[in-house]
Design a protein around this ligand. Structure first.
Ligand code: TRP
Ligand code: ZN
Length: 870
């Protein structure tokens, strides 16, 4: 049965006719028939019927102030319970029955392995009971959980434990009370048998907080890093933002079945085990970094999301953009700022720009939504964080923190809008952010075209910037946005030149700041004694694309001399891009000028952080290049150019890589930023060495893929063996599988290493791996590792015969009923079918049409398919 949802519009927001002040929930847990009794204090705010949301529920009983309702007293549909005539202030009792073990969508109450758990954001609570399931209804929750004592020794919910005890029939119960009013999406319940790690934290306000981490039995030794990360996050939020924790208990539960990364439920975070479990033998350095940042992210939501929440789901970026900004700053303050910034820039360029150019393009604050789950996007999260970062650039750290204090003082305990956030920043800084608001309302990536005219006789430099934002679906005409353009001037010898101009200020980051807010802007600098070399958009100061036509010597100068590490990395990227795009125009034949080789050789031996060096020697991927072609994307030429650049770097710099490689050592168990940097560079060098002389390095790669105590080294080597088709790579795969078959998170790496291989036969390999006994469509981590990785492998996914498309289409159809949220994440590469040649367009479009014609297509998929075909 299809319940085709209709679109909702941001402009249609109305305050609810009723609110709920308190809710007492009573769960009697059972695999297939869980009974839920909800007792709510309901209060009228304005005239109108009471309409409660509810999906996939069995209604057993309704009572108002203790008297049972007859079926004539209410209307029941597949999504709503409607009561036309109710008092202004009353107690509503609703009893429902649900089936957690049949819940494969992992939304609402479900079973993950042997444990019960919940996921209520965005609209999952309505699968637990009939409720006003919207974020502007804030209630105080008291939750009692009853279950078998032996199977489910831990019974958890939000807030503080009030009571617990034993019952008949081997059951026990626990009652939890959360004193902070909250929307239903922050509700959580967990029941299961776990290993428990506990610790303590004393807040700056003197509150003693019990910290508890629950993991599957046997995994305690892999929980320590998450606990340390939590304590660091609590301390950091006090020091940098002046925000302290507000309950006596903070619990984190790790589960294996989870659609996303983690969820910030008040006092009871639920995490994908991937972002909790980590030790050096099974997790890569990259995994450790993500554990730290996701633990931080969910913790930071306690203020930006929970204490101050969203009025409606169109405001999602209010909490997500801001919280991503906060977790990025947390990681940057604790580790290498440049490395984390580069990571964020790469996400923007390879995923967000792509979304901005797709049929699903939307502003960070969307105007129209069919399925809310489709809007947990790189635009809302990552571009949202870039918008917050621009505010930070404009206002400076002090001004930004003053704005945060104003935001908190005004709105603590409320459900508010992005507009309220911007207004608080305005008041605290006594400034006007009228034009800045366009970043919230306009979709699409602006392009800045920059020209520099140097007049040697006048010693003047005229800089012209034009901005243009392409049309996006439903938004044809775009207005100019306000862009903080950070830049630096150097001379040809690489010395920094100072800039004096009334419209340019030295920014606290060390760059010059020029604010561009018109379609065309001009800056004329005088007393410029020689033609300067300019680094534009330093630190990626705005989420825009830059177009400029300059001599390659600009980039070699900046790579060697720029003061900021991100600018050096960017110079290398621009060099590669120049070479790659020229190569694509020559059917993939690249020409690597000697000057670039020398500049890179110099960087390889320079006194730079090894992590930065590893990034400098990571050229743009095929996926990033596709972004430069809005139509007729020449996939074959792109693939060839990427490979040729890799081979040329390996060939020309082989001796240099060997020299660096043999100079590097790090203890495999050392998790310091420095040791991680060494491993990143060791892996980069080994990669190029294996490309240059596979016969010499294959034994080393195979050994590293199957031995040692560091998953960072092991995983990288496994990928090199498979991706470079080294002899004996089958043996490496076999041994790796043998070693890790009982460790699901490591098996995910084994699946992903194969799904990301560039050889065309990857399509058949993935098809085969779908039948592997460790693969399951019911577990999102497995699906992401194998299928989503394959979807991101553009060259193989788009194999000319369309077999890549057919494979993913088949999986999407199966997931349409099993887990629509996950299905909808796999459809991304189909949406931009208009980008490719005629034959591929036809094949991709046919897949979309086939989905559109299904009679039970989930709304998650329907929204994307319909937009793509519109
Ligand atoms: N609020 C969560 C976060 O950003 C996101 C999230 C977790 C989510 N699970 C989800 C969103 C399921 C939609 C559906 O940390
Ligand atoms: Zn979040």
């Amino acid at each position: 049965m299809t319940t085709q949802k209709t679109a909702k519009f941001r402009s249609d927001y109305r305050t609810p006719a009723f609110t709920i002040d308190t809710v007492d929930l009573d769960f009697h847990l059972h695999d297939s028939t869980t009974r839920v009794v909800a007792v709510m204090r309901v209060r009228r705010l304005s005239a109108g019927p009471l309409e409660l949301d509810g999906e996939q529920l069995q209604l057993r009983r309704i009572a108002i102030d203790g008297s049972e309702l007859a079926t004539a007293d209410y209307e029941l549909t597949a999504t709503q319970l409607r009561m036309a005539d109710v008092p202004d202030n009353f107690e509503l009792t609703i009893e429902t029955e649900i089936n957690p073990s049949a819940n494969s969508a992992l939304e609402g109450l479900y079973k993950s392995g042997g444990a019960f758990c919940t996921q209520c954001e965005a609209e999952g609570f309505r699968r637990i009971t009939y409720y006003l399931d919207r974020p502007d209804v804030l209630a105080i929750f008291t939750t009692t959980v009853r279950a078998d004592a032996e199977t489910y020794p831990y019974l958890l919910s939000n807030g503080n434990l009030q009571r617990k005890g034993t019952l008949d029939n081997g059951e026990h119960f626990a009652t939890w009370h959360d004193p902070h009013p909250k929307p239903a999406y922050l509700f959580a319940l967990v029941a299961g048998d776990f290993d428990r790690l506990h610790d303590h934290y004393t807040t700056m306000e003197g509150r003693e907080v019990l910290l508890e981490l629950f993991v599957d039995k046997g995994n305690l030794a892999r929980a320590g890093y998450a606990m340390q990360s939590l304590k660091k996050a609590m301390k950091w939020d006090e020091e940098r933002f002046g925000l302290a924790y507000d309950l006596d208990r903070y619990m984190i539960v790790a589960v294996d079945f989870f659609n996303m990364g983690a969820m910030e439920n008040k006092g009871l975070n639920i995490f994908n085990s991937k972002y909790v479990l980590a030790d050096t033998a099974t997790a890569t350095d990259w995994d450790f970094i993500h554990v730290e940042s996701v633990i931080g992210h969910e913790y930071f939501h306690n203020w930006t999301g929970n204490r101050i929440t969203c009025r409606d789901w169109f405001q999602l970026s209010l909490k997500e953009g801001l919280t991503v900004f906060r977790d990025q700053e947390f990681s940057s303050d604790l580790g290498s700022r440049a490395v984390h910034r580069i990571d964020a820039i790469r996400v923007m360029r390879s995923h967000q720009f792509n979304e901005d150019a797709s049929p699903m393009a939307h502003p960070i604050r969307p105007d129209k939504v069919v399925e809310m789950n489709n809007f947990y996007t790189v635009t809302v999260y990552n571009k949202g964080a870039e918008v917050i970062r621009m505010l930070h650039t404009f206002l400076g750290e002090q001004g930004f923190q003053a704005g945060m204090r104003c935001y908190r003082e005004r709105h603590d305990g409320q459900a508010v809008t992005c507009e309220d956030f911007v207004a608080a920043m305005e008041t605290a800084n006594d400034t006007d952010l009228a034009q800045f608001r366009r970043w919230y309302s306009q979709a699409g990536t602006p392009t800045l075209t920059i020209t520099e005219d140097y007049d040697a006789a006048q010693k003047s430099l005229t800089i012209k910037v034009q901005q243009h934002t392409p049309s996006t679906p439903g938004q044809i005409d775009k207005q100019p946005v306000v862009i903080p353009l950070l830049f630096s001037l150097y001379n040809a010898a690489g010395q920094r030149l100072s800039v004096t101009h009334e419209h340019v200020q030295r920014h606290e980051s060390g760059s010059e700041l020029w604010v561009v807010n018109q379609a065309t802007a001009t800056l004329t600098l005088t007393d410029v004694n020689e033609r300067p070399v300019i680094a534009w958009l330093e630190n990626f100061s705005a989420p825009v694309k830059i177009e400029r036509n300059v001599d390659l010597s600009v980039y070699t100068t900046l790579l060697a001399h720029a003061e900021q590490e991100v600018t050096r990395w960017e110079a290398a990227q621009q060099m590669y891009l120049h070479v790659l795009l020229a190569g694509v125009r020559q059917q993939g034949q690249i020409d690597l000028p000697q000057a670039l080789i020398e500049a890179l050789r110099h960087a390889l031996h320079a006194a730079l952080d090894n992590a930065l060096k590893a990034l400098i020697f990571t050229p743009p991927s095929a996926e990033e290049l596709v972004e430069y072609f809005q139509e007729d994307a020449p996939l074959e030429a792109i693939g060839k150019a990427v490979q040729q650049l890799r081979d040329a770097l390996a060939e020309h710099l082989e001796d240099d890589f060997a020299k660096v490689y043999h100079s590097l050592t790090a203890d495999e168990k050392d998790l310091s930023a420095q040791a991680m940097a060494v491993r990143a560079m060791q892996n980069r060098c080994l990669y190029y060495l294996a490309v240059a002389t596979p016969q010499d390095y294959a034994p080393k790669v195979l050994q590293q893929a199957t031995q040692g105590q560091s998953m960072t080294l092991q995983q990288a080597a496994l990928e090199f063996a498979v991706h470079l088709d080294l002899p004996n790579h089958q043996q490496a795969l076999g041994q790796f599988e043998q070693q890790w078959q009982e460790t699901p998170l490591v098996m995910d790496k084994w699946f992903a290493a194969q799904a990301s291989a560039p050889q065309p036969e990857t399509v058949e390999r993935v098809a085969m791996l779908l039948e592997h006994d460790k693969f399951s469509l019911r577990n999102p981590n497995r699906v992401y590792a194998l299928v989503a990785t394959f979807c991101r492998n553009s060259l193989c996914f788009h194999r000319a015969d369309g077999q890549g498309y057919q494979l993913v289409l088949r999986i999407i159809k199966q997931l349409n009923t099993l887990n629509p949220q996950v299905a909808a994440r796999l459809i991304t590469p189909f949406l931009q079918w208009r980008r490719y040649d005629e034959k591929r367009q036809e094949l991709l479009k046919n897949c979309l049409l086939e989905l559109q014609q299904m009679d039970n297509l989930a709304s998650d998929l329907a929204e994307k398919v319909n937009n793509a075909l519109a």
